[in-house]
Ligand binder design. Sequence first.
Ligand SMILES: Nc1nc2c(c(=O)[nH]1)N[C@H]1C(S)=C(S)[C@@H](COP(=O)(O)OP(=O)(O)OC[C@H]3O[C@@H](n4cnc5c(=O)[nH]c(N)nc54)[C@H](O)[C@@H]3O)O[C@H]1N2
Ligand SMILES: Nc1nc2c(c(=O)[nH]1)N[C@H]1C(S)=C(S)[C@@H](COP(=O)(O)OP(=O)(O)OC[C@H]3O[C@@H](n4cnc5c(=O)[nH]c(N)nc54)[C@H](O)[C@@H]3O)O[C@H]1N2
Ligand SMILES: [Mo]
Length: 805
Amino acid sequence: MTDRIANPWGERTPFGRDEDWPTRVDRFLEDGVGEEDVDAWVQTASILHSNGDALDIAVKDGRIVGVRGRPVDRVNKGRLDPKDLFGWQANNSDDRLKRPLVRENGELVEASWDEAFDRIVGESKRLLEEKGPLAFGFYTTGQLFLEEYYTLGVIGKAGLGTPHMDGNTRLCTATAGQALKESFGSDGQPGSYADIDHAEAIMLFGHNMAETQAVTWMRVLDRLEGPNPPDLVVVDPRPTPVAEKATVHLPIKPGTNVALLNAFLYEIIKNGWYDGEYVEAHTFGFEELKSTVAGCTPEWAAGVCGVETEEIREAARILGTSRRLLSTALQGVYQSHQATAAACGINNIHLLRGMLGRPGCGVLQFNGQPTAQNTRETGANGDLPAFRNWDNKEHVQELADLWNVDGMKIPHWAPPTHAMQIWRYAEQGSINFLWISCTNPAVSLPELRRIRSILGSEDLFVVVQDIFLTETAQLADVVLPAATWGEKTGTYTNTDRTVHLSEAAVGPPGETKHDLDIFLEYAKRMDFRDRDGRPLIKWEHPEEAFEAWKECTRGRPCDYTGLTYEKLRGGSGIQWPCNGEHPDGTERLYGDADFNTRTEDCETYGHDLLMGAVNSEADHRATAPEGRAFLKAAAYTPPHEEPGGEYPFRLNTGRTIFHFHTRTKTARAPQLQNAAPEAWVEVSPEDARELGVSEGDTVRVESPRGRIEARARVSDIRGGVVFAPFHYGYFDQEGGDAPDGHARAANELTITEWDPVSKQPLFKAGAVRVTKVADSDGSPAPAPTNTASKPAGDGRVHETTRGGR
Ligand SMILES: Nc1nc2c(c(=O)[nH]1)N[C@H]1C(S)=C(S)[C@@H](COP(=O)(O)OP(=O)(O)OC[C@H]3O[C@@H](n4cnc5c(=O)[nH]c(N)nc54)[C@H](O)[C@@H]3O)O[C@H]1N2
Ligand SMILES: Nc1nc2c(c(=O)[nH]1)N[C@H]1C(S)=C(S)[C@@H](COP(=O)(O)OP(=O)(O)OC[C@H]3O[C@@H](n4cnc5c(=O)[nH]c(N)nc54)[C@H](O)[C@@H]3O)O[C@H]1N2
Ligand SMILES: [Mo]
């Protein structure tokens, strides 16, 4: 069997353009367990990224003992990535939370569910009476199930009536959703993973797909090794495994995406590479776009972005002349400067060239988390469910009718409060109750010192619903122990709109409860009622919640009415919209170039991309887009915090293939933890020389907000840029206490700033300084060697293999 730590992408199964991607079934069973020992295989999909890899869980004696890819599924055709293969072991970890905890004289102590709920409900009722619904904030995730989010959304909007609800999806793919709304009128991915099979060119923009959607990257690798491989354009300041395979790699200065994209658009317009008829018939805003990019020559962009003019020209030629183009974007766009403007710039390329809704022609504004699409769809992120527009009175009334509540109960007098503002209100003391579910903000939000101080405040009652005693849970007033994936049933939707059913394979450990049951119990104890005095929430089980959700989506772009649990069992996942008209789902959106931009239908009236100013209904009506898409233009502006003086380096943060986020799961899977056991910092060879730093030395990285210490990996990253993975909090450090001198979480350094349109924080920005603290003991940095963090040039260090590094 292939060592899937040494070779994360496994063996190649090459295929040619327009052929079917072959199947390859990956599996991993615990030591000593053979397939013949397995009692049952239970259907699910991955919960450790947004790719949606379908798999079966192996159960033996009521325990999870392994996984196997599902060859029938359209997403992965049997393949699994290293986190899929090994990550499930965290479920069986001894240190799972098993009982509720409540704070007693400053300490968290075990309690019964009754006691925990008494505190939560007592505090809720008191605050509701004294201050009203605006005292409540809910901060959720992109990792629960659709049924749970929808329930939480109804509680927040129609039970309490608070606008202060959002997910960590704000940190993740708020920009993806926003750019889809701005360009096409509503959220919803135009493209399909199958576009990889047909593309002549693929652009990966700020997206390390090899490490973050490793199975979809296998599909690209298999195309690259088959006949008629696609050209690859890669834009990333790091030498990622994606960049290594590029036809053109543009390692631009972080923060300059819009300059580069405007040069691409300039070249496409100047050389007449656009589809004039399509632009005329199906888009709005061409003249403004043309004048915005008028001076954006490749020479100009080369100066701003710090890459070669000819390389920009060559990339533009590929994008402008290939007959089937697929583009993907992720955090190098969404968490960087001018996020929404850049993401719309990518949409613009496809609109100009009429390359949407046909095989090989598509945009994938990627998601990151496995169920982030559902956070956005159900309104657990503050939006109104099923892509309704908070500013459209009729949309609000539809929900009021569906839930049988007064329309005035549903907050819609201002845009929903975004996560960064929720934290600000908590800091200022206007929010006094914050319920955090399935996310670990004490490691994942920017400027951690500030976040710890907010969580620790006397005036804020904090509920944390998690499966482990995380850095965040340690600061809570009440901790609720949840059951997780593999222990509960529900559905979720991946990046390319594929809906999967995930079934419970084993029972919930200890006294843990399903997240759905926790929310339902709260609704019951709060006694939320509809207009006729009946309970507001009329479902008790996941399948009933799913049926209720279907009604909410009827006639909306994300129509789920043609799906049932039964239909999702046994075969492949199915892409929405799925309804009477499309009983087998829908591979691509906008093949007919009819966009969701009618004033009555659209999810937003749009924003100004530079300042974020909101358009009114009247503005939108006056434009009369009538189904045409928007070419949204924005000029490049320099990043806010430019390096220089005391802080000469640009900070870049992100991921490695072997870990998921704050590692609560992957640190408990030995193969993954051994592959990347400790934090590191990547520095270019030139910068290392100048700093007097060699491989494995300990360096201190400081920003105006905080500092970390970690060992240096000298890599081929762009000069002037340092990279730190954000995976390493302190729950597994000695003592497990908040950091003093030995912090290693990248978010000690990051800045509290966000994109003006999507409100997504800028995790890939900011200025830092680097100093050497100690010489290496001769060993290399603990960074993987077969990923973007591989050593520079011929730098030789221990190779990453199954046995550890
Ligand atoms: N292994 C693994 N897979 C995951 C996850 C994980 O934690 N681990 N998390 C999942 C989630 S939630 C998400 S959101 C995705 C994220 O997936 P990705 O976005 O692919 O991952 P990141 O490492 O955050 O960032 C991607 C790249 O952006 C580049 N970059 C930084 N600044 C800029 C810039 O200004 N311009 C450009 N063009 N590029 C820039 C970085 O160098 C980095 O290589 O991954 C998902 N999959
Ligand atoms: N510097 C920097 N910071 C970043 C990023 C970056 O690139 N750079 N990326 C950002 C992005 S894109 C993201 S998505 C966030 C991720 O940040 P977080 O969401 O904070 O990270 P996770 O570790 O995934 O946290 C999920 C939590 O949910 C718990 N959990 C898992 N399953 C369940 C369940 O079934 N029920 C419940 N109740 N709990 C469960 C886990 O134990 C864990 O504590 O980080 C963001 N922060
Ligand atoms: Mo994310």
